[in-house]
Design a protein around this ligand. Structure first.
Ligand code: PMP
Length: 293
């Protein structure tokens, strides 16, 4: 099961508007050329955002991360983060969106297909569509399988960038996990420590404290930071440290955090089983309250 919203009808066959390079354009005309640099070399950057009651949760943080991701990939967006905030609000309002998913994406255009193309025009699009919730009946818990692919070291790839280049591996790992009967993949980092799922950060509950890998080669998730604050509010200790896979044996609960997953209990990692426990349940409830506050 992937957290990406793959509802029918196909994403290129819908009504509505998409914000493209400064204008709202009819949904079906928001196309790019097949010789776009971003398509061939994977350097595009994107965000995944959620609107709750017509308001995008942590919008400023997402826009800032989009700008930072582009910079990490060597290009500047032609819009400031605050302008992207406004554009996002515009497209959400124009779509009449209540609860939904928002996908900003930026890529180098088709001026040249040279690998080194600092002068290619950078394009930005923002699409938004209804997507009430990923698990209609509330969190049901997901089963992870350890992937054969690892998160790259920070000197191997710009691991903090939310770039298509890194998602090529996440996509492959997720596909292999699903083919093996899991819901999602758990990736280890380059040292063989626990890292994250294909689109969500990992937390273990050990001796009633939360343990999560530091964001040195996993994405510094916005939900991860939010949940860390919520945990402090609930009086829980949060420890950021590298975690060996064997520490799963000591974990009484495991859960994932992410914009799409929200706070999602993990009920299995390979052969190990975990209950949906009180800590994850309390944090999921606190998160659900906060996003609509
Ligand atoms: N890790 C990866 C690889 C992701 O794609 C995501 C989703 N953006 C996350 C973690 C969680 O990040 P966030 O909480 O900002 O959605």
């Amino acid at each position: 099961m992937s957290p990406a919203p793959y509802a029918s009808p196909p994403l290129d066959d819908r009504d509505g508007v998409i914000w493209l390079d400064g204008d709202l354009v009819p949904w079906r005309t928001a196309r790019l050329h097949v010789l776009s640099h971003g398509l061939h070399y994977g350097g595009s950057v994107f965000e995944g955002e959620r609107a709750y009651g017509g308001r995008v949760f942590k919008l400023a943080e997402h826009s800032a991360r989009l700008v930072a991701s582009a910079r990490a990939m060597g290009f500047e967006l032609p819009w400031k983060a605050e302008e992207l905030d406004d554009a996002t609000r515009e497209v959400v309002a124009a779509s009449g969106l209540d609860d939904g998913y928002v996908r900003p994406v930026a890529w180098r255009g088709s001026d040249t297909l040279r690998l080194v193309a600092p002068d290619n025009r950078v394009h930005v699009a923002i699409a938004a569509w209804p997507w009430p919730r990923i698990f209609a009946d509330g969190p049901r818990g997901i089963r992870l399988g350890t992937a054969r692919w690892r998160r790259a070291a920070p000197d191997t790839a710009p691991v903090q960038a939310k770039t298509a280049a890194l998602y090529a591996l996440g996509s492959l790992a997720g596909q292999q996990a699903e083919a093996a009967g899991h819901d999602d993949a758990l990736l280890l980092d380059h040292r063989g420590r626990l890292a994250e799922a294909t689109g969500a950060n990992l937390f273990l509950v050990i001796d009633e404290a939360l343990h999560t890998p530091p964001p040195d080669c996993v994405l510094d998730g916005i939900t991860r930071r939010t949940v860390r604050d919520l945990a402090h509010d609930l009086g829980l200790t949060v420890v950021e440290r590298h975690l060996a896979p064997a520490e799963l044996d000591r974990a009484t609960e495991v859960f994932l955090t992410g914009t799409a997953y929200e706070v999602q209990p993990v009920t299995a990692v390979d052969e190990r089983e975990f209950p949906v426990g009180p800590v994850g349940t309390a944090l999921a409830a606190a998160y659900a309250r906060l996003v609509r506050a």
